[in-house]
Design a protein around this ligand. Structure first.
Ligand code: AMP
Length: 402
């Protein structure tokens, strides 16, 4: 029997998300989340999707990622889908930063782990958790291939003129300061699905992909390759996000240091965790912001307007980068669910060939769909992202090709 199952692990700083996917029919066998790892209030939410059984919860401290992964393995085992199962082909890990060297899905060995660790200074929140996740999985199933799929990979095709900051080259190179981009697995998956929706090969279409979740990023994709993306050295650059500022004059950092006496760490925390929609109006959930706007809340209105203004600037910029655009594609929590955001982002861009059909936009749904009127020169689409499936596809393809 050829094993066809892939366990996808997405280890964050205090959480592990997981999905067990059967590549024979791309079905999900189990999904779950271990959260608040390291705290007294840790929880594990586990849902077997094959063979019934229903959701299960575990509460109580999960000391570290090791403990979390062991608990996950136990839950899977209780459903007869444990890590020792002969049907498991590979464990696929989401790894946030692959730098310049790790640009394709990669079978993990010691040298690869070292390289992921070497990149910790440019991804201090994510790469350590990714390394721990891989090490624990290796300990639990030493004989099983582990594949790392990098968030930065899709953007490694970016031309030098988009990837470099205009700073002294020697300093930049000495410290690996350049634009890497993130959410790459999502941008890759969504680009491919959008091409499918347009009935074309990915190599034939130019797309502006807007991944609007709690983190948010835009990409200009020409013929299936990334030409530019809005996140940079870290996920802080670009669009207004849930809690991150996105683009800002770097002199704001010096100013806050000199005038407000803030330390580097304090400014880092301000821009990453207390800015964006949250900093502007006290809420980072678009649903809540829309509710407040309906009640006439001025701060929520302004936060929304700033968010849309930035989004529009990127649509315009990437239109210019690509020259011709086949579709603007919305994805992730806000992009998939917020009709008002989609409508506002495209409003007034008719001269660029862009328009949204009110009814199609409001209709909702879980499938990839067009929301532009038939006459629109540039299509507008909603394409639900599925980073876990993409990681599973890439991991499985790698082990199947060995
Ligand atoms: P993600 O990071 O892709 O999981 O997206 C999470 C964000 O999506 C949340 O913080 C909300 O702002 C947004 N979101 C989720 N559902 C909706 C919805 N129905 N309408 C508007 N925004 C939503």
């Amino acid at each position: 029997m050829t094993p066809t199952r892939v366990l996808v692990l997405n280890s964050g700083s205090s959480s592990v998300k997981y999905q067990l996917i059967d590549m024979a029919d791309r079905s999900r066998l189990a999904v779950g989340l271990a959260e608040r790892i390291g705290e007294e209030t840790s929880a594990l939410h586990h849902e077997p999707l094959a063979g019934g059984g229903g959701k299960r919860e575990r509460h109580g401290r999960l000391a570290d990622h090791d403990a979390a992964l062991e608990a996950i393995a136990e839950e899977l085992a209780a459903d007869g889908m444990g890590l020792d199962s002969p049907e498991l082909a590979v464990i696929g890990h989401r790894v946030v930063h692959g730098g310049l060297k790790l640009t394709v899905p990669t079978l993990v060995d010691d040298a690869v782990l070292k390289e992921i660790e070497r990149l910790i200074p440019v991804a201090p929140l994510h790469n350590p958790a990714n390394v721990t996740g891989i090490r624990t999985a290796q300990r639990l199933r030493p004989d099983l291939p582990q594949v790392a799929v990098f968030d930065t990979a899709f953007h490694s095709a970016m031309p030098e003129h988009a990837a470099r900051y205009a700073i002294d080259v020697e300093t930049a190179d000495a410290h690996r300061v350049r634009r890497y981009g993130f959410h790459g697995t999502s941008h890759a998956y969504v680009s491919r699905k959008a091409a499918e929706l347009l009935g074309k090969d990915p190599s034939e279409v130019n797309l502006i992909v807007l991944h609007l979740g709690n983190g948010a990023s835009a990409s200009a994709v020409r013929g299936g390759r990334c030409e530019d993306t809005s996140m940079g050295l870290t996920p802080l650059e670009g669009l207004v996000m849930g809690t991150r500022s996105g683009d800002i004059d770097p002199a704001v950092v010096f100013h806050l240091g000199r005038v407000a006496g803030m330390s580097m760490d304090e400014v880092d925390e301000l821009l990453n965790k207390r800015s964006g929609l949250l900093g502007l109006c006290g809420d980072n959930d678009m649903r809540q912001i829309r509710r407040r706007m309906a009640e006439g809340d001025a701060a929520a209105r302004l936060a929304f307007d700033i968010y849309i203004h930035r989004l529009k600037k990127y649509i315009g910029a990437y239109y210019a980068v690509l020259g011709t655009v086949d579709a603007v594609v919305f994805t992730a929590g806000v992009g998939e669910n917020s009709a008002p955001v989609r409508e506002a982002a495209v409003a007034g861009l008719e001269e660029l060939g862009l328009a949204v059909d009110g009814e199609l936009n409001a209709a909702g749904g879980k499938e990839a769909r067009l929301i532009s009127p038939s006459y629109a020169r540039v299509k507008v689409a909603v394409v639900p992202t599925d980073e876990e499936l993409e990681i599973a596809e890439q991991s499985y393809a790698l082990v199947a090709s060995r």
